[in-house]
Ligand binder design. Structure first.
Ligand SMILES: Nc1ncnc2c1ncn2[C@@H]1O[C@H](COP(=O)(O)OP(=O)(O)OP(=O)(O)O)[C@@H](O)[C@H]1O
Length: 592
């Protein structure tokens, strides 16, 4: 399997190199190929030089010097040129691979793969191993060149004495033993990836400004740091132990070769003493035997790199296959909703969770209406929102849009008619214009559309307060202006309001960071927008803990422990006198 992956990645990365620069790829290929013959030719020139000197042949001497110089020049300069250009090609291959990985990940229409640790580990291994993947193709080219060079050297050595073939035979175990050592290291890296992921996460908690303040207030910094360091030490110790065991295998592989080298040197001494070889032959054998070690080392290193690339390629293949399986096409999403969005007996369980987050939910959201979603923490409100947006799919049951199963609609076109603000909204550290415009990318340059969205989010004052208005860089990471949490939320709101005619507007606690007056104004606005776009059948789904805001929705559902416990209009729910009525009255009294 790994062999097949190595071959596939070799072909793939070499074709990426060829696509990146055809002429340079061919030139580097020729230079790498030439290296195969240069080692033998250099040794032959040395033999020719010594024999010509012994026999006093001037032409031979001149020829040998010329050949030697040409070989050395080609070897040294060729190597420098090929290494430099190969590095440049590898940078381009790496960029192309990273694009491929990001594009594959971006094509996946749900986020299910980002909620399973075995998948996340694969993605981390893949990202960490991009360099190994990148090198596979050119490592294979160097390996072929080294193997061809070894074959040529051996053929010439055996011509002098068959025993010298021992040098090659005894080098054979080096490759499987080195490969075994590398495989052990790779397995250790896979076993410890979660340790390092947790360590990075814990250290990030202490270093990210957003989280560091809470860590400081709780006085957890030292403890988190110790826990992170313990995790790192555990992972690093395991890897170090495996590396040491691997080293024993690697050295073991070379022991046999050094024994064969001793035999070869004894053979040379014997041949010289008995007249079986000339002084030129002796120089030739010693020179080639020395070079052979370097060639074998190169072959082992590069073949190991190819095998390593093959192991990472398995994760690459997994991601591409997963993206293909997960990528769905289907009927385009409607631009106008005529009937309703319906949830039919929908249940959803998060990967690895023991109990469902939603159970048997039946709900009809008629075209042109607004839906208020209420419920305690952890009841399942945000999960319902994720299912409506299509980023998660029901485990059982189905969601239909005008009678068509959401899974049968083209996810990209469905995403294009959805918009909104999620609870854990994005703080996009770009210019204000881009941070808002990202809500409708084709319009990101359209300053008036961006300004309009900011106006609808009641954030125009913010634009005037910022030193460069719409072009102000936001966030500290790139030296911009830091906003308050509420201001960031307004920017996120404006982003969610960028799309001119969405079919589904989702607002998952979009005003939690705003003051009550601002919240009230915004809800009035949302409801007005819902009424205005009712002609297109657009639907607004609004999650909030504040009953003062959701009571204006056309239909309200209360979720408890993953089930709909009550639903109806505000008036109906108040008249029923259930949990909603009680909570509503309690909140209203608290506000008085
Ligand atoms: N990514 C996840 N993986 C596993 N379980 C999750 C995940 N997200 C939420 N849950 C679980 O699903 C249940 C519902 O969570 P959800 O976020 O939908 O609640 P919520 O009603 O939006 O809560 P809140 O009011 O606190 O935002 C909870 O029990 C929660 O622990």
């Amino acid at each position: 399997m790994s062999m097949r992956n190595s071959l596939r990645m070799t072909r793939h990365t070499l074709s990426l190199s060829y696509r990146a620069d055809r002429r340079v790829t061919i030139a580097v290929g020729v230079l790498v190929g030439l290296q195969a013959g240069l080692v033998s030719l250099t040794a032959l020139s040395q033999r020719w030089l010594v024999d010509s000197a012994e026999l006093d042949i001037a032409v031979g001497l001149l020829g040998a010097v010329g050949l030697g110089v040409v070989c050395h020049v080609l070897q040294t300069i060729g190597q420098r040129i090929s290494i430099n250009y190969r590095n440049d090609l590898c940078n381009r291959i790496q960029l192309a691979l990273e694009q491929e990985i990001t594009e594959a990940a971006a094509k996946i229409p749900t986020i299910a793969h980002l909620e399973r640790s075995e998948f996340i580990n694969r993605i981390v291994m893949l990202r960490r191993g991009t360099l190994a993947l990148t090198n596979t193709g050119w490592a294979a080219a160097y390996a072929l060149s080294a193997l061809a060079g070894i074959a040529m050297s051996l053929w010439l050595l055996m011509d002098i004495h068959p025993l010298l073939a021992l040098l090659a035979a005894c080098a054979v175990p080096i490759l499987p033993l080195t490969n075994r050592a590398k495989r052990m290291q790779q397995q250790a890296a896979e076993a410890t990836v979660e340790h390092f992921r947790q360590e990075a996460e814990l250290h990030d908690l202490c270093l990210r400004p957003q989280t560091a303040k809470e860590v400081w207030v709780c006085g957890n910094g030292m403890r988190l740091d110790r826990r992170a360091s313990d995790l790192w030490a555990e992972g690093a110790q395991h890897e170090a132990r495996v590396r040491l065991r691997g080293l024993v295998y690697e050295i073991g592989g070379w022991v046999l070769y050094f024994a064969a080298l001793t035999v070869a040197l004894i053979v040379v001494g014997h041949l010289l003493r008995t007249g079986g070889a000339t002084a030129g032959d002796a120089v030739f054998i010693i020179s080639l035997a020395g070079q052979l070690r370097a060639q074998q080392q190169l072959a082992v290193d590069t073949i190991t790199q190819v095998a390593n690339g093959g192991r990472i390629a398995e994760h690459h293949r997994w991601l591409l296959d997963y993206a293909v399986v997960a990528t769905r096409t289907g009927a385009p999403a409607p631009v106008r909703l005529k009937g309703a969005i319906e949830l039919r007996n929908v249940s959803f369980t998060y990967p690895g969770a023991v109990s469902p987050a939603l159970r048997g939910v039946n709900l009809t959201i008629p075209a042109g209406s607004s839906l208020g979603i209420a419920g305690a923490n952890g009841a399942g409100k945000s999960t319902l929102v994720k299912l409506l947006l299509g980023v998660q799919q029901p485990t059982t049951g189905m969601i239909t849009v005008d009678g068509v199963d959401l899974r049968e609609l083209d996810p990209a076109t469905w995403a294009a008619v959805c918009t909104g603000v999620l609870q854990d909204f994005l703080k996009l550290q770009t210019s204000l214009r881009e941070s808002v415009g990202a809500g409708d990318l084709p319009a990101v340059q359209n300053a008036s559309q961006v300004a309009e969205a900011l106006d609808r989010a009641r954030a125009t004052r913010l634009v005037h307060e910022l030193p460069e208005g719409l072009e102000t860089q936001l966030g500290k990471t790139f030296g911009g202006v830091e906003l308050s949490h509420g201001q960031w939320q307004r920017v996120a709101l404006a982003r969610g309001l960028m799309r001119q005619a969405p079919l589904l507007l989702v607002l998952d606690e979009p005003t939690a960071a705003l003051d009550p007056q601002a919240e009230h104004e915004l809800y009035e606005l949302f409801m007005e927008q819902t009424r205005k776009s009712a002609g297109r059948g657009a639907v607004t789904a609004l999650v909030s803990h504040r009953f003062s805001t959701i009571h204006t929705a056309d239909h309200i559902v209360v979720i408890g422990d993953g089930r709909i416990t009550e639903q109806g209009t505000h008036a109906h729910l108040l008249a029923t006198g259930g949990e909603y009525a009680e909570l509503y009255r309690t909140q209203m009294q608290a506000y008085r």
